[in-house]
Write a protein that binds this ligand. Structure first.
Ligand SMILES: NC(=O)c1ccc[n+]([C@@H]2O[C@H](COP(=O)([O-])OP(=O)(O)OC[C@H]3O[C@@H](n4cnc5c(N)ncnc54)[C@H](OP(=O)(O)O)[C@@H]3O)[C@@H](O)[C@H]2O)c1
Length: 126
């Protein structure tokens, strides 16, 4: 069995479906690529994420990574900046409330921020 399955997961594409349960039955760890949607859709300036972050003295990036962590998902965040790398692992001194999570759930959009996996053109691209 694979040890990890890395797929796109971020607040705009949350994947609150049965995939994680299916993987856990095979002890496969779910991992999120593009946890920040590569900055698309103004994710770092998103008002809901900023408002939640303000409560804890955390950035929107840290709120996203904590949200993934609390879902049992490994967040594969990329940064070339040392201060952001430090920020991105500094998520273990606070917890999100149920109310925070309900607010984050409202950020779901129609799907992937990158590809339509049902479009034959995407298959051609790959
Ligand atoms: N398996 C796959 O199909 C697949 C597909 C895509 C990506 N990936 C992997 O997944 C990893 C992450 O994905 P990604 O790089 O595409 O997107 P991402 O992690 O969602 O976003 C990276 C962007 O966020 C910025 N950033 C990072 N930390 C930040 C912070 N604390 N505050 C503000 N901005 C911040 C980075 O800028 P700076 O670097 O300037 O800080 C960069 O522009 C990569 O290592 C990539 O290799 C895998």
């Amino acid at each position: 069995m694979p040890q990890v399955n890395q797929i796109e997961i971020n607040p705009f594409h949350q994947r609150e479906d049965d995939l994680q349960n299916a993987l856990s039955r095979g002890n496969v760890q779910l991992e999120a690529w593009a946890p920040f949607a590569e900055g698309k859709n103004g994710i770092f300036e998103n008002e809901i994420l900023l408002e939640i972050g303000n409560k804890y003295g955390k950035s929107s990036a840290q709120i996203i990574l904590r949200w993934l962590y609390e879902r049992g998902i490994v967040g594969l965040a990329k940064s070339v900046k040392k201060d952001r790398m430090k920020q991105n692992i500094d998520i273990f001194d606070f917890s999100l409330t149920a109310e925070d999570k309900v607010k984050i759930a409202t950020l779901q959009t129609s799907g992937s921020q990158f590809f339509n996996h049902d479009d034959p053109k995407t298959v051609d691209f790959f």
